[in-house]
Design a protein around this ligand. Structure first.
Ligand SMILES: *[C@@H]1O[C@H](CO)[C@@H](O)[C@H](O)[C@H]1NC(C)=O
Ligand SMILES: *[C@@H]1O[C@H](CO)[C@@H](O)[C@H](O)[C@H]1NC(C)=O
Length: 446
């Protein structure tokens, strides 16, 4: 892994912290390491976006053919796109098995299957591997079960004997990252407030004997926070009140700054003065993604002219929130409008080239009185307005250089709100009531 620059932080969900009762569980996210170059992250996000688009297209076309292509070319791993190579993502510590074995996993709202590196993953694999044999609570899922046939993404069709284990094969073509293995269930241990722990039984867990690419050098696997029957988020939310929440600290924050992932009550804290904004979650039973309805994007207080279809999932547009994407990807018409408005305001500042970004500025060469970064706001349905800090969309790519940090996505196509745009906010995914609530939290304390 190339650790160049300090642009993006990896957050490790490290320790449990005290909250109130056994009705919730909370884990801390701490920056663990600097990450690969932002250019690499931009490429990785594009791979991931291609995957998300293909997955959505397979549903929208209602076409088995497309779905089969996605599955068979295995172009499609929400969890192991090239994005993981650069680790601009969030890691959580996860205890699984009896006795518990500990792993560092990528926390991924775009993923439906939790998996860990397993025995047989190869001698070259650094880090830990899970040994099902050493876990009293591990139970393989048979390939003939409905869970295998209907719920496990990319389960393999071969099932010669009904009791054979359920196998999966995720591969990501271009980024050549992926995983193959068998699925079972096991007990997960989560730390509770006050130093106690809770066991969640029958957590669906992939045991990956093979994983490709540079991807999982820093992480041992993926913690699925997507909306799916078998995801860890669904399992934990069912136990802890139907919701989960996270707060992402600034990606440039020092190592001791902490964010968290929490299950159960305790999203955007009611004791804070400002109420949280709330917008409906648009959930699709076939997809793990958390859709939201964007109504407008404002720059410097002015609504941009973006065709309404861009935000309309029924017209192959729409937007999702994704913790596994770093840089926000906007479908072309939205991208063009946003970039035109931001760059118009920044026009007086000397530009520098920093591909793949189109608009980068030499911030030290700004003359006195040079324009400030204009305010950007994303207006969601239900009067919820996200007003990210300027550093979340005009991002530092190296000392003295800032770039407009959004990427252009295909149109028609989905827009993805990445984790930099989500930083310094609390996000509560109230899956039970189908709302997402958010509010600013600079330090992610509560
Ligand atoms: C299905 O095929 C894969 C790859 O060919 C193999 O690894 C796996 O063991 C097979 N699974 C079953 C249940 O036969
Ligand atoms: C930015 O401008 C300063 C002063 O004008 C110059 O010294 C520096 O090399 C420039 N940096 C880049 C990355 O172009």
């Amino acid at each position: 892994m190339e650790w160049s620059g300090n642009l993006l932080a990896v957050l490790v969900l490290a320790a449990a912290a005290a909250v109130a009762s056994g009705k919730s569980a909370r884990l801390e996210l701490v920056p663990a390491a600097p990450v690969a170059s932002v250019a690499q992250r931009a490429r990785d996000d594009r791979h991931r976006h291609a995957y998300i688009s293909a997955k959505l297209a397979s549903r929208r076309g209602g076409s088995r053919r497309v779905a089969a292509e996605v599955g068979s070319s295995a172009a499609s791993l929400p969890v192991s796109s090239g994005a993981y190579a650069g680790t601009g993502q969030y890691f959580v510590k996860f205890l699984v098995g009896t006795p518990a074995q500990e792993f560092t996993l990528v926390a991924d709202t775009g993923s439906d299957l939790t998996w860990v590196k397993c025995h047989g993953a190869g001698a070259a694999t650094p880090g830990r591997v899970f040994c099902p044999k050493n876990s009293e609570s591990w139970a393989p899922i048979p390939c003939s079960s409905n869970t295998c046939k209907l719920d496990v993404p990319f389960s393999l069709a071969n099932c010669s004997a009904p009791a054979s284990p359920c196998s999966y094969d995720y591969r990501y073509k271009e980024a050549s990252a992926g995983a193959r293995g068998v699925v079972g269930t096991d007990s997960a241990t989560i730390a509770l407030p006050g130093g106690n722990v809770a066991q969640l039984r029958d957590v669906v867990l992939g045991c990956s004997s093979t994983h490709d690419g540079q991807s999982f050098q820093a992480a041992d696997g993926v913690l699925s926070l997507g909306n799916s029957k078998i995801s860890f988020a669904s399992r934990a939310a069912a136990r802890f009140g139907g919701s989960f929440s996270y707060c992402l600290v600034d990606h440039l924050a020092p190592r001791d700054a902490t964010g968290y992932l929490a299950f159960g009550p305790g999203g955007p804290a009611p004791r804070d003065a400002a109420p949280a904004a709330q917008t409906p979650l648009l959930l699709d039973p076939q997809m793990p993604f958390y859709g939201v309805k964007v109504e407008a994007i404002h720059v410097a207080g002015k609504a941009l002219a973006i065709p309404a279809e861009v935000w309309d999932a029924s017209k192959n547009g729409g937007a999702i929130l994704d913790s596994g994407t770093t840089l926000t990807v906007l479908a072309s018409p939205a991208y063009k409008a946003v970039v035109a408005a931001l760059s118009a305001h920044l026009a007086g500042i000397p530009k520098v080239a920093f591909p793949p970004f189109e608009h980068c500025y030499n911030w030290t060469a700004r003359r006195p009185g040079a324009p400030e970064i204009p305010k950007l706001a994303v207006q969601f349905a239900g009067s919820a307005r996200l007003e990210p800090p300027a550093k979340s969309y005009v991002i530092d790519v190296k000392p003295d250089v800032k770039c407009i940090g959004v990427q252009e996505g295909e149109w028609p196509g989905v827009s993805v709100i990445g984790n930099i745009l989500q930083q310094e906010h609390l996000w509560e995914f109230d899956v039970k009531n189908r709302f997402v609530r958010f509010k600013q939290s600079t330090s992610c304390t509560r």
